[in-house]
Write a protein that binds this ligand. Sequence first.
Ligand code: SAH
Ligand code: MG
Length: 269
Amino acid sequence: MGTRDTLTKKFHEVVRDLRARDQWRAADSYFEDLFVSGDPVLAAALAASDAAGLPTVSVSPSQGKLLNLLAVGLRARRILEIGTLGGYSAIWLARALPEDGRLITLEVDPRAADVARANLAAAGLAAVAEVRLGSAADTLQQLAGAGEQPFDLIFIDADKTGYRDYLDGSLRLSRPGTMIIADNVVQGGYVAEAGSKDPDVRGVREYLEHLARQKQLDSTVIQTVGGKHHDGFSVSIVGADPATERAHANQVNSASGKDTQESASRLPA
Ligand code: SAH
Ligand code: MG
């Protein structure tokens, strides 16, 4: 192919990409109008985050709603978020909780934590939502050390280089049935580049490969497009660790002499 053809091809690719992005944005705002529009509390939270100069990397409105619907569907009473920013996704998640529910969200940047606390309070969620300031790795260790009850839903959305460790920390705070969601695991598609030098791409690849090795987790990744470009979530459910489950079944078996088929079959292997 000549240089001219190559250039023409490149030009068409760029035009196609720009057009696709316009369509993603247009479709996203159509869905927002139908299903998530007109929420002054969320709009104010975003405005306050902008005014404080925080980066505009919160989940999109439709994604926030998805987190909310999943939490409602799980009847989540305890939610853990890793990476708070201005509290936008935290508001969506905390709104799914019953009155006596609890959301703990971890943030390392004191400025972001302050904005998030104010936003959660303005959303009427101060009683259920708590922002813990500090490096997420440390806070996760503290939570596990303090004998914190397991969480029903965990949303990982802090620095991508820490995702693998956050998964380990999350597993210590989980029970069979806990759902673990991680944001930004597609990175514009660059996640597929095994040789990437980009720290975020490397971080999510390490995370996903670690995820795939966990026998007690069942996982998938869904790519997304829209106002927030091309990215995606991983979704995992904690099942029974087969070894633990077998040991438990044997214990029950020898204690009661009963068939353990029923208790063992409730959980996916
Ligand atoms: N979940 C938010 C967006 C979070 S952005 C939303 O969708 O609305 C990622 C956040 O993680 C940033 O606020 C950043 O300060 C925080 N972060 C980065 N490294 C961290 C660390 N080591 N521990 C805790 N938080 C961290
Ligand atoms: Mg994110």
